[in-house]
Design a protein around this ligand. Sequence first.
Ligand code: GAL
Length: 896
Amino acid sequence: MPAIKGHGMSYQNGKANNGWGPAAADFDDSGWRRLDLPHDWAVENPFDRDENVSQGYRARGIGWYRRYLQLPETDRGRHIELQFDAIATHSTVWINGIVVDRRWSGYDGRSIDITPYVRYGTDPNTIAVRVDADAQEGWWYEGAGIYRHSWLVKRDALHIATDGLHANPVNQGGRWTIPVEVTLQSSAKAASDGTVDAVLTDPAGREVARGSARARIDALGSAIARIKLEVRDPKLWSLAQPNVYRVRAVLRDRANEIDRTEVQTGFRSIRFDADRGFLLNGEAVKIQGVCIHQDHAGVGVAVPEAIWEFRLRRLKEMGTNAIRFAHNAPATEVLDMADRMGLLVMDENRHFNPSPDYMQQLTWLVRRDRNHPSVVLWSIFNEEPLQSTEAGYEMSRRMVHEIKKLDTTRPVTGAMHGGLTTALNAADALDVVGLNYQTWIYDDYHKKHPKRPLTSTEDTSAFMTRGEYASDRKAQVMGSYDDEPSSWGNTHRDAWKAIAQRPFIAGSFVWTGMDYRGEPTPYEWPSASSFFGAMDLAGFAKGAFWIHQAQWVKDRPVVKLQPHWNWTGREGQDIHVMVTSNAQRVRVLLNDRTIGEQAVDPYEMNHFQVPYAPGRIEAVALRDGKEVAHDVVETSGAPVSLVLTPDRQALAGDGLDAMPVTVSAVDARGRPVPLAQDKVSFSLEGQGAIIGVGNGDPNSHEADKASARSLFNGLAQVIVQSRRDGRGVLRLRAHAEGLQGAEVELAVNAVHASPRVPDVEPTTPLQSWRVSPPATTRPDPNVVLAENDMNSWGWDEPPMRRGPEAGAFRLYRSGVNVRADRNDGRAQLSFGGIAGKAEVWVDGVKLGEKIQAEPAPFAVTLPRGAAHREVTVLIEAVQGQASGLWGRVVLERGAR
Ligand code: GAL
């Protein structure tokens, strides 16, 4: 941004449309990179030791985005919103040089009413977004940029407000109702009436209830339409059967539908009980939860929906039934997914602060998320130093109060890591007391506060590196036998044991389900991502995955044997074999000889010392003496070929769908090679792109945005994405030196992609003009207006028609930034219509003269070069006739 200096600039700076530099409508962005949103620029940056360890050693900095769009004349009178689902971190948005939004969080969405500022017809509208990602809100990797979706939303002047449909079922005395509330808004010039229909559809899409209400909405006012839907015997939403209903609100003005919106909802009752823990539909359900952050291998925080689906599916495979999106609001589509997949959600607010800016972030979260059956708990803070104080209590009390105004059906928690013993503390304001770590306080606190529901909000914090079975502090590697707890946490097994054995603790939220960038505790450089995950950054299982699967999965037998069985040089020596299973007994066999059999220890898991001999080691899970599951690990030879395993067979050709493909290596007999570290390069043919690569090694400094990646302990991941309007076949090839390559074909199915706001070229219009008073004699076109004279010349925009005036002469002055892509000596200043004789002067040089006085289009060619040009038009009216700039004035590319 240029420095504001001098009277003229200062004066202008105080005005509404004062965007300078890249915020200005006509800024020359021709040299800028073109990209598609969502976008995270931090993940594109190299690892740099001088950058913040907490942000994963990647530069963040300041970035700008610009976009042009046209709105047809038919949009005039409608309500136009620009929506950003999240921008990391501080952001400012300008429309046509007018600042319209400023935010201080990288996690909240915003819908900006841009109706007053936009132009219709040919003139493009300019969106400029300044993103300050030097600002940080977390101690984890937060990414940088417009990393969630952006939307242009057009509605009728009378419309349903964004997040304005509240439809959360309630059960009173066994009767289900949905008290639907629809917030209506109007940008119309007079009061209007509307009728709202609310329609409930069941999971099969059948209509099961309907109601309607009328409302009167004042000009620029809002009103709430209330409709009570009665539902008999709905199918309950549960973890096993996540029955999702939908509520649609349709707004009619007399007979015509003018707006509609739809939300997911579900019928379930929830309760946190001081003795029995969490109850879903009246039954105690132990929360088997994980905390996760929002970045993934290859893509940073710009995580495509399909990759989120993959992440949640992986967590479910582990037996997870709840997710705490730590420590911020997740993307809205992720909550829709949690509803459909049957996951419970602890929905967390980023900032512990009841002052207005921050309270707005909290109420936005609750308004957006209060219909989701998956959301069972609001969280207002995590580990706040003020938690033990009266201030902490008062702040919590206010935030809880604000939540209750919007949602009375869900309890509020806060994650306390201490401060529970003071006379008045934050826990005194909470419905459910959340405990981070502090397993030692469980019994004592419960005894002292027998009426308070308790849950772990965070536990475990133990370290593992995928595929490693011995810790090596020098190499910054952690073994996977679950014997590396942090000093404040517990092993995965101990943390769960403490929770599982106490019915009054609602459940667990393991830190963490998956690794994330930043916080490479207990290490620093060169480690750049975390060691806490039960899965690595790419979603590959670590030892803890199998431990939790054995502890949590109830509906099928599972068994897993660790470690790998490639221990050349250790022949005859004991190898620690860990078997994790949910069966009754487990037996271990090496090369078909039984090594031992044990009763399953559901908390400690089962451990065998097996003298190493290469071959085939097997774990058999037994129930009532019968084999119910088994797992085999074989010693492999050297890697011989690569294998590509796609997560699914096909992609939707919508430019959004994405898919992780697992890359691995096998030996001559097709056995996976657990320690392969080969560097693999990829190529892709067809209508798609590789959007990222990863391998889950927290110490790797290989690029995420690349077409090559080394295997880390046998595995890597490549993420492909379809192109918009894509169809046909994507052919992914993998190649590594000395190995046979692999190839896979993925179908790209043509789909009807959701509409996308068309790109338009920036046809810089000269909108703002100064106009001299009429003069009877020809004025000097290059007359200099005094810097501090803001009034002797007027301010106006074309079209400017002046009736017959006493003086025949007037000067019209404006300026334009000639873009570098318009500077080839062909750039034209084109006037839609000049009435009167005219001279066009640019930077003190006369470039053209219009001899005829009749109104007519006119154009001059600008000199070569990208520069700010001052344009003065001297018009001489014919006596008694109108004159002026009657049409648009535009800088455009002329013919050669
Ligand atoms: C907690 C904190 C988490 C993470 C974790 C690591 O104190 O809430 O965000 O930092 O420790 O153990």
